[in-house]
Design a protein around this ligand. Structure first.
Ligand SMILES: [Zn+2]
Length: 378
């Protein structure tokens, strides 16, 4: 059974289709395992420059029938201001409300709901957040999701209670996106506050994240999306000139027992003298079978170059889908929480075990701040 109660008052409301789902968020469709996404339990959020095109190719070519959203990701390029909380173009000849026009365009492009083009909300900027909330509430539409792209400083700063209070009073469904130059949950206390937010605010999901999606879901989020690449797992404070060219590097691999992503090459180097941990996920098992190898799982030290990027993304999806499936296959929320906490506890221990066999003295794997919080007392 689904862990989460159905919160939508009207079952046919499009928001209802997102309930209980963790979707795949994709910035570059090229390396994304779109064909492996379950239309029954999951969905897809496109956020790149080609989002509308990618959505069209997916629904026409592959006939994907699950929920699909377009995140216009205006927060990547612009910060919100009280005068301009949403980043929209000029109104057209036929419509003098440019925000409504932008939202209608997203729906025409077949996004299940229209995510608002909210600018990046700098830490503590309650005036811009308040302006966004007022404007979107005034639209009085049932097909809109208010994007709330917050700098992670909101979570640890003094304005956190105001953030919760404003979002609690917003009668429109909300999609939180976290922003920071590095890992948004790296600061002490950030993961705990994120939990508090989802436990306190109804009608809310978490997009563009990592395994924080599972922690959010067991604490009250309605839906979430995990990025297939590092740039789709959080946002950064906006830079008008945009990002530089993509660095070529080994892919980030989700290490199932550590519940963290590691660069494939770094992971292989640190464990060069150890018996490599193996992954028996659906993707890795079939990878072994295709090569006529013993089906005891693919070595997690085998994702070392750019060439393994698509494989890593398919493996990552298979792993977190299985994790979420296990955590939510329970009779009560308390059981789901306890399963998730147990997994996190073991992941902390796994860091210690791998450090004992790691090549670098003192160990190469530090337990991430968020994982420590997830494994701590609930
Ligand atoms: Zn795998």
């Amino acid at each position: 059974m689904s862990l989460l109660p159905v919160r939508s008052p009207v079952p046919e409301h499009p928001y209802h289709r997102l309930d209980g789902r963790i979707m795949l968020q994709v910035k570059n469709a090229e390396d994304a395992p779109l064909a492996d996404v379950s239309p029954l339990d999951s969905g897809i959020v496109f956020c790149g420059g080609k989002a509308a095109e990618d959505l069209r190719a997916l629904t026409s070519g592959h006939g994907f029938s699950g929920p699909v959203l377009i995140d216009p990701a205006a927060y990547e390029r612009h910060a919100a201001t009280p005068e301009r909380p949403f980043i929209v173009g000029q109104a057209s000849l036929f419509n003098d409300d440019e925000l409504e026009e932008e939202l209608d365009r997203l729906l025409e492009q077949k996004s299940l709901m229209a995510l608002t083009p909210t600018g990046y909300l700098r830490a503590g900027d309650t005036r811009s957040l308040s302006a966004a909330v007022h404007r979107v509430t005034g639209l009085n539409r049932s097909d809109v999701l208010l994007t709330v792209p917050i700098d992670s400083g909101w979570l640890t700063g003094n304005a956190f209670p105001e953030l919760v209070s404003l979002l609690r009073r917003t009668p429109v469904p909300k999609a939180v996106v976290l922003g920071a130059s590095w890992d948004p949950l790296d600061r002490v206390g950030a993961a705990e506050r994120l939990r508090e937010l989802f436990a306190s605010v109804p009608g809310c999901g978490l997009l563009r994240t990592d395994l924080a999606a599972i922690d959010a879901m067991v604490h009250g989020a309605d839906f979430a999306a995990i990025g297939d690449s590092p740039s789709a797992r959080h946002t950064r404070p906006p830079r008008p000139e945009g990002g530089g060219p993509r660095a070529r590097s080994s892919p980030a691999v989700l290490i199932p027992r550590m519940l963290t992503y590691r660069r494939g090459e770094e992971f292989a180097t640190v464990l060069a003298e150890a018996d490599p941990p193996r992954c028996p996920c659906g993707f890795c098992a079939s990878w072994m079978r295709r090569r006529g190898l013993r089906d005891d799982g693919r070595p997690l030290t085998s994702f070392t170059t750019e060439l393994e990027k698509a494989d890593a993304h398919a493996h990552n999806l298979a792993v977190w889908s299985a994790l979420w499936s296990w955590v939510q296959d329970v009779d009560s929320r308390a059981q789901g929480l306890s399963r998730w906490k147990r997994l996190c506890d073991r992941a902390v221990q796994e860091h210690r075990s791998l450090n004992e066999v790691a090549r670098s003295p003192g160990g190469g794997f530090e337990v991430p701040q968020a994982l420590k919080a997830w494994a701590g007392p609930v």
